[in-house]
Design a binder for this molecule. Structure first.
Ligand SMILES: *Cc1c(COP(=O)(O)O)cnc(C)c1O
Length: 387
């Protein structure tokens, strides 16, 4: 059966060159980067080369990068680590209503402990307003965290402008850039951020490895305590093979990012035009222009996103109803509710996310099959009859 993967926002396959770069670090170069002998020093060199490459890609300095187990850990470290280090300064955080759960859930934990969290809303396209962020600031605000681009609807936020506001007020500013690093330009200075999270498996690196950028001088508590790895900022034996893989993935993205993004925007346009042409009563979610090159998200009225997903899966096409993390729960996506969709419309949403190996024929295959699937499901839908 033909198989078409259109769920790159959930995870991407490794680039074969990434796996090739990693392989020696499982075998002859398996050393612990903290060991003093030759095995250790060889691993240490690979670790520091990877750090330098990752830093350069972000416009950062090598000592401002720590390697983590992924986007979730980087985000958790920011929320818990900054509030811990700045407990004497205040207890208020500003974030958005459409963050990934790896930001929202740590914030909820802090709320239970007495912290104040403001979740600023977004407009119908999913954009955070700089004014609203500014208005939310109090003299107790110690951290602002706004994602660079949303993982469900693809909207890209005005991070640089929000960063300027944060800097004027002397408040740390973090961005969850897991969906953008490797796909669109990400430079910590242009974005005016103090902290930034990224994750390897979203840009053709391995799973279970990520990084956190911490601007020099920023106070942040440790997330994992133990050994003194990462200058005592993150304990645990370095996952050298994965870190080498992440750096290789960075290198490959750096080489070809513009061309890749252009190709994806062309495919994205075909879907954004083609779906409403072939299917009545659909709504594009997310900003029409300010969106990730690889992201398409539609609400398809009168039917359930899950039913569409499962029907497409039987045809070999993998898509998502939103975020892979919520797809097992029955609650509609908090992101789709935040842009103003009612529950029924939010439940009928489909995310199509493309990547390095998506071909025009894959998009065509989806455009041939999706209308048939929708027509069949709508024919059985009591909501559609009542329309
Ligand atoms: C995938 C994702 C994460 C989580 O990253 P992991 O490396 O899977 O823990 C965090 N934020 C966003 C926006 C994501 O898309």
């Amino acid at each position: 059966m033909k198989k078409v993967y259109l769920d790159y926002a959930a995870t991407a396959p490794c680039d074969p060159d990434v796996v090739k770069a990693m392989e020696p670090y499982f075998f002859e170069k398996f050393g612990n980067a903290s060991s003093l002998h030759a095995y250790g020093q060889e691993a240490k060199k690979a670790l520091e080369d990877s750090r330098a490459a990752t830093a350069e890609f972000l416009g950062a300095r090598p000592e401002e990068i720590i390697f983590t187990s992924g986007g979730t850990e980087s985000n958790n470290n920011v929320i818990f680590g900054v509030t811990d280090a700045l407990a004497d300064k205040g207890n208020h955080i500003i974030t958005s209503a459409i963050e990934h759960h790896a930001i929202i859930e740590p914030c909820r934990v802090l709320e239970k402990k007495g912290f104040q969290v403001t979740y600023v809303g977004v407009d119908k396209d999913g954009l955070v307003s700089c004014d609203e962020v500014k208005k939310a600031i109090t003299d107790k605000t110690i951290l602002i965290s706004i994602m660079h681009a949303n993982n469900e609807i693809g909207t890209i936020q005005p991070i640089s402008s929000i960063g300027k506001i944060a800097r004027e007020k002397g408040i740390y500013f973090h961005t969850d850039a897991v969906q953008t690093v490797g796909h669109i330009p990400v430079n910590v200075n242009e974005l005016n951020v103090d902290l930034l999270s990224l994750s390897g498996h979203k840009f053709y690196g391995p799973k279970g490895v990520g990084a956190l950028y911490i601007r020099k001088g920023v106070r942040i508590g440790r997330f994992l305590c133990g050994g003194d790895q990462e200058k005592d900022r993150r304990a645990s034996t370095h996952n050298v093979s994965a870190i080498v893989g992440l750096a290789k993935a960075v290198e490959l993205c750096a080489k070809d990012m513009d061309r890749e993004a252009k190709a994806l925007v062309a495919l994205r346009s075909k879907l954004i035009q083609g779906i409403p042409e072939k299917i009545p009563d659909v709504r594009l979610n997310g900003h029409p222009q300010l969106r990730l090159p690889n992201n398409v998200n539609f609400s398809i009225k009168y039917i359930e996103g899950e039913s569409i997903l499962l029907s497409l899966d039987m045809l070999g096409i993998a898509v998502s109803t939103g975020s892979a993390c919520t797809s097992s729960s029955l609650e509609p996506s908090h992101v789709l509710l935040a842009i103003g969709l009612d529950h029924a419309t939010a439940h009928g949403s489909l995310r199509i996310s493309m990547g390095r190996w998506t071909k025009e024929q894959d998009v065509r295959f989806l455009l041939e099959n999706l209308p048939k699937v929708v027509e069949k499901l709508r024919a059985m839908s009591p909501l559609y009859e009542k329309k």
